[in-house]
Design a protein around this ligand. Sequence first.
Ligand code: PGA
Length: 258
Amino acid sequence: MTVSIKPLVAGNWKMHGVTADLGELTQMVAGFDLDLQAKTDLLVCLPATLIFRAVEAAKNGALAIGGQDCHSAPSGAHTGDIAAEMIADAGGEAVIVGHSERRADHHESDEMVRAKAEAARRAGLTAIICVGETAEQRRAEETLAVLEAQLAGSVPEEWEAGEIVIAYEPVWAIGTGETPSAADIADAHRFMRDTLTASFGERAVATRLLYGGSVKPGNAAELLAIDNVDGALIGGASLKAADLLAIAGVYMEGGAAG
Ligand code: PGA
């Protein structure tokens, strides 16, 4: 059975961007025209300080705005943290959870990531759940075992089709200019699809599986055409409207049919 999945091109600005950079966002909104909207969804996950302003800037546009992390609780004594409900209140529609930079910098476990994904659902946000192996794990040929464990630990039990997105981001490919071979990405994505389908059945068949890690305009056509790659999560190249739109534009040329 072939299921057609609308791709998602998602930007992750990480800890970059102040109000002066909202001009890039305005250009993204303008460039995300009806033809492109018909082919792909476009989302930009911003620093929390910019979400409200960005939602205003994107008003009447189809570009969606998201956050980069959330706490698992709806409110409470958690200085410096942000609830999923706060992202939703600011107009955000999605949130990244379990990015490898948070897993490393903030010691986030699979259990914490799952609780954050559950919080996203509670707040009505799409959770983009990140998984991926380190260079060391890859050398030890543990990639699929790592993905299996992270999926088992980080994906909530309860969700409806469309509420979660999985991003495969090999840690060693993030910000390095390196990417796995197309065959390795195809293997990882096939494995994730099969693993999720075994646990969740029908819901997983249409779940978007993004690839992330050094996606650029120059390699996007090849990466997005890989089987079971339903879009991309993009760091560095999402900061510039021209680059992000060029990556999304791959879907216009009919070159990507993941
Ligand atoms: P990159 O980051 O595109 O800069 O490699 C990807 C990510 O961390 O989401």
